[in-house]
Design a protein around this ligand. Structure first.
Ligand code: 5GP
Length: 120
């Protein structure tokens, strides 16, 4: 069993409307909002509305419809941000080596500029 979900994490608080976020897109499955410390011209986070600590928990425990709905929200968010044609990168951190900071599964969408090699 993985790490227990901590409902006081910052993304859970954004989902509950306790702290503000600059929203880009919302569906039944997901919420997308601008990263507070953007690492690229476009940097948006997409989080599932369900409580899952990380990618592994999400894939193991969410329903296929929820997983599909989540990834549809990722591509729709990129389309709304205008980076579908120019291209973008998605990234999800899992576990200690990744440096995952917020323990609510999320995908980063980065783009709006040439991104270079992944680990440069
Ligand atoms: P991680 O390292 O967990 O994959 O990424 C967490 C991301 O969440 C970081 O890029 C960080 O800038 C962003 N972040 C942390 N706290 C907040 C917040 O309160 N609001 C928003 N919009 N982003 C946040």
């Amino acid at each position: 069993m993985g790490q227990a979900y901590d409902p006081s994490n910052v993304f859970a608080r954004i989902l509950r409307g306790e702290i503000p976020a600059q929203k880009v897109y919302e569906s039944a499955y997901a919420l997308a909002f601008h990263d507070i410390t953007p690492a690229a011209a476009t940097h948006v986070l997409v989080i599932p509305k369900e409580a899952h600590v990380s990618l592994v928990d999400f894939v193991a425990n969410a329903s296929p419809a929820t997983i599909q709905g989540f990834f549809q929200a990722v591509t729709e968010t990129a389309r709304l941000m205008g980076v579908e044609e120019s291209g973008y990168r998605i990234l999800a951190n899992h576990g200690p080596n990744s440096g995952q900071e917020v323990p609510h599964f999320h995908v980063h969408i980065v783009g709006g500029q040439p991104l270079g090699p992944l680990l440069a």
